[in-house]
Design a binder for this molecule. Sequence first.
Ligand code: CA2
Length: 149
Amino acid sequence: MTTSTQPTVLVLNGPNLNLLGTRNPQVYGSATLDDVAALCRDEAAAHGWAVDLRQTNHEGALVDWLHEAGATRGCPGVVLNAGAYTHTSVALHDAIEAIDVPVVEVHISNVHRRETFRHHSYVSPVAAGIVVGFGVAGYALAVRGLATR
Ligand code: CA2
């Protein structure tokens, strides 16, 4: 986690989200992860928070980062787009359940309008809230949601 005197929201992104803005604009829009970071930083700043945005293609890294958030005093919460691991990962479910930090699940697309395999989430039952289908604006909405808790 970056060193900051401000409380820092972790914004975690799972597999293939590094490709955001480079292809599939009809599904995911044209914004990049850097754009997502800027959106989140603007919203977080309004609440006196910093943002640490990360992306990985590895399930275990997401688990490690969730543990890190849980071990960080004063962490206001985690915004998590676990990508396809949302639909497969008991490990992520268990990691979220194991930490005392609120986790907001985000999906850029409306997963419920897509293939049925995207309709089930292992994250949702342990998430503090869910933002789905608002494009990358959903990340900022999730930060705002954390602030309203
Ligand atoms: O809608 C979302 O945010 C998803 O979490 C995105 C995941 C997908 O597996 C989930 O079902 C829903 C996929 C992320 C892949 O991102 C790309 C972005 C641009 C180009 C290609 C992939």
